[in-house]
Design a binder for this molecule. Structure first.
Ligand code: HEC
Length: 155
C-alpha cells in the first residue's frame, strides 16, 4: 500500500496574493491617489490667465465708469445692495460665473431692475468697467470666467 501524501488543494490565505500582485495593487492605489490629487491641483492652479488683461489706463477708466454709473446700485467696491435687488459684483456672489459677452449684454440691455446702459456708455467704457470688476475676483474665479468667455466673448 503506497503512502499518499495529503496535497493541499486550496492555497493558504497567506499566499493568495503574490508579492508582485501586492506591489501592483499598491501601485494602483498610489496611482489613483496621485491622479485625484493632480486633478484637484489642476482645478486650483490650472493654465489660464489669473490676472486681468488690461492696461492701467483701461482699469482707471473702468474705475471711473464704475464709480459714476454702477456704484450707487452695486456698492462702491462691488459689495452690492446699494438698492435691495442689486447683487454683489465682487468675488462673494455670482457675477464671475458670467462670461464677458454676457456681462456686456447685461450692461447694454439691463435686467428686470437694472436699466439698459448701452446708450449711455461707449463700447470702450463697457469693456473697461468689465475689466475693472474682474480685478475683484479671485484668481481661480477669473480663470474659470475667462475659460467660459472663450465660448461667449465680448461682441
Ligand atoms: C439702478 C441700479 C443699477 C445700476 C445703475 C446698475 N445695475 Fe447692474 N444690476 C442691478 C440689478 C437690480 C441687477 C439684478 C438683475 C435685475 O434685476 O435687473 C443687476 C445685475 C447686474 C449684473 C449681473 C450680476 C449677477 O450676479 O448675475 C452685472 C454683471 C451688473 N449688474 C453690472 C453692472 C454694471 C457694470 C453697472 C454699471 C455700468 C451696473 N450694473 C449698473 C442694478 C443696477
Amino acid at each position: 500500500m503506497s503512502r499518499q501524501r495529503k496535497v493541499k488543494t486550496t492555497p493558504s490565505r497567506k499566499s493568495r496574493h503574490s508579492p508582485a500582485q501586492i506591489i501592483a495593487l499598491a501601485a494602483l492605489g498610489i496611482g489613483a491617489v496621485l491622479i485625484v490629487g493632480l486633478v484637484i491641483l489642476a482645478q486650483v492652479t490650472g493654465k489660464g490667465p489669473t490676472t486681468v488683461a488690461a492696461s492701467d489706463d483701461v482699469l482707471a477708466l473702468g474705475a471711473e465708469v464704475y464709480g459714476n454709473t454702477c456704484a450707487a446700485c452695486h456698492g462702491e467696491n462691488g459689495e452690492g445692495y446699494g438698492i435691495p435687488q442689486a447683487p454683489a459684483l465682487n468675488e462673494t456672489e455670482h457675477a464671475w460665473h458670467h462670461p464677458d459677452g454676457q456681462i456686456q449684454e447685461i450692461i447694454k440691455n439691463g435686467g428686470k431692475v437694472m436699466p439698459p446702459l448701452g446708450d449711455q456708455l461707449t463700447d470702450g467704457e463697457i469693456v473697461a468697467v468689465i475689466r475693472y470688476i474682474q480685478t475683484w475676483w479671485r484668481p481661480d474665479q477669473l480663470r474659470q470666467q475667462q475659460a467660459r468667455s472663450l465660448q461667449y466673448p465680448l461682441q
